[in-house]
Each structure stands twice: as C-alpha cells, then as structure tokens.
Design a protein around this ligand. Structure first.
Ligand code: SF4
Length: 221
C-alpha cells in the first residue's frame, strides 16, 4: 500500500492558533494528527455535557486527556453542566439522531467553544465532531459557523473524512487502543441504541467494555 503523505493544512484567514473542540479520543485522534503534521498551534477544548452517564463521560474524557498528553497538546477541561443540557433538550427527548435535538446539542457545544475562544484570543475554532460518518456534516458545519460568527470568529469546516481520514481514524483508534463507545453520547441515544439492539435480539450496551484493537468488536463508531 502506498504511504499516505499528509497535506499541509492552513487555518482560515491565515490565522496561526486553533481551538479544537473534541468530542472523544477516537474522533479526534485523526484530526489531531492531521493538525499536528501541519505544525498548527492548537488547544483541545473538551466540553460535552451531553455524555451520559457520568461514568461514560469520564471514560471518554480520560482517553482524550491521555492522547493529548502523549502529543503535548494543551487540554481545556470545561464544565459538565448537564442540567443546562437537559433543560435545552426538553421536548426533544424522542427526536431521532440528526434531528432538532442534535442541532441543539451541537449548538450548545459550539457556543461554549466559541465563548472560550473569544475570551482567550483564539480567532478560529473547529471540532472533531464531523469526522464520524454517522453524523450529518452539514448540520455540524452550520452549527459551527453560527456559533463562531456570533463571536466574530471563523469556523474551520475542513472535511476530516476525505483522503482516507475515516479509515485512519479507525487505524489510530486501534493503534492507541482507545475506549470504543457504542452510542453517540446522550441518555436518549443510549436508550434508542439499546431499543434497536433489543429489536434485533442483540446484547445491550455495556459501558466501559470495548477497546479498539483489543476486543473483537465492530468498528462502526
Ligand atoms: S444523539 Fe448525539 S448529537 Fe444528538 S443529542 Fe444525543 S449526544 Fe447530542
């Protein structure tokens, strides 16, 4: 197989610093290595009050901290303000994935990322959220641009999936033996994934069970 040479990436408006919102280690692994290879100065911003329960939140966050430390990247551990998340999700408990609840969820995470960026001298924000093929990239980009423009920032909507990005995301996850989450994150996605599994006679999700490259699990994050 031909060796992949990473392209040199450049931030919008020739900016030099990036605040990268991260949702989890598997999604941010490829994004971080792509950014790192371009010599871009960046900081990880972990703000994901959607993740439920707290045990799962810590599992995902700790994996991300481990990888950030390995790369020597600053890691901002933001609030776990679940009360605000549940307040904003009211009435959208039965929305399907990619629907209105997810727009709210992305908006909320980008709004806090943009606020931190504006308060700390970052002119560009981005996120690892869009690399997952289970998500609607346009929906994520719309939320990112909306939050960034409210603070006079740029949202970097680089397509992390292209040129084999999705495959490298899995490769890196296996190499690093990242914790493999089995649902998007919120209590409603946990419920719906389990309902789907039950309807197919499959085993329900067990938190903290699967690790890439260790367990013989499917890799469809
Ligand atoms: S399914 Fe995922 S993106 Fe949608 S609300 Fe739940 S955690 Fe957020």
């Amino acid at each position: 197989m031909q060796k992949f040479t990473r392209p040199i990436l450049a931030l919008p408006n020739s900016e030099t610093r990036l605040l990268l919102h991260s949702c989890c280690a598997p999604c941010s692994g490829e994004v971080m290595e792509a950014i790192q290879a371009s010599g871009i100065d960046y900081t990880i911003f972990f703000y994901n009050p959607n993740i439920h329960p707290h045990k799962e939140y810590l599992l995902r966050k700790d994996e991300n901290i481990r990888f950030a430390e390995k790369h020597g990247v600053p890691f901002i551990d933001a609030d776990y303000d679940t009360d605000n998340w549940f307040e904003r999700a009211k009435g959208m408990e039965w929305e399907p994935e990619r629907g209105a609840r997810c727009t709210m969820c992305f908006d909320m995470r980008f709004e806090r990322t943009a606020l931190y960026a504006a308060e700390n001298g970052f002119k560009v924000i981005s996120s690892s959220l869009g690399i997952s093929r289970w998500k609607n990239m346009q929906q994520i980009n719309d939320c990112g641009h909306r939050a960034a423009s409210a603070y006079g920032l740029a949202y970097w909507d680089y397509n992390w999936r292209k040129q084999g990005g999705s495959a490298r995301m899995i490769e890196i996850s296996k190499r690093e033996q990242f914790y493999q989450q089995e649902y998007c994150g919120c209590v409603y996605s946990l419920r719906d994934t389990n309902l789907h599994r039950k309807s197919q006679g499959r085993a329900l999700i067990k938190l903290g069970k699967l690790y890439y490259g260790v367990d013989d699990a499917d890799t469809s994050l």
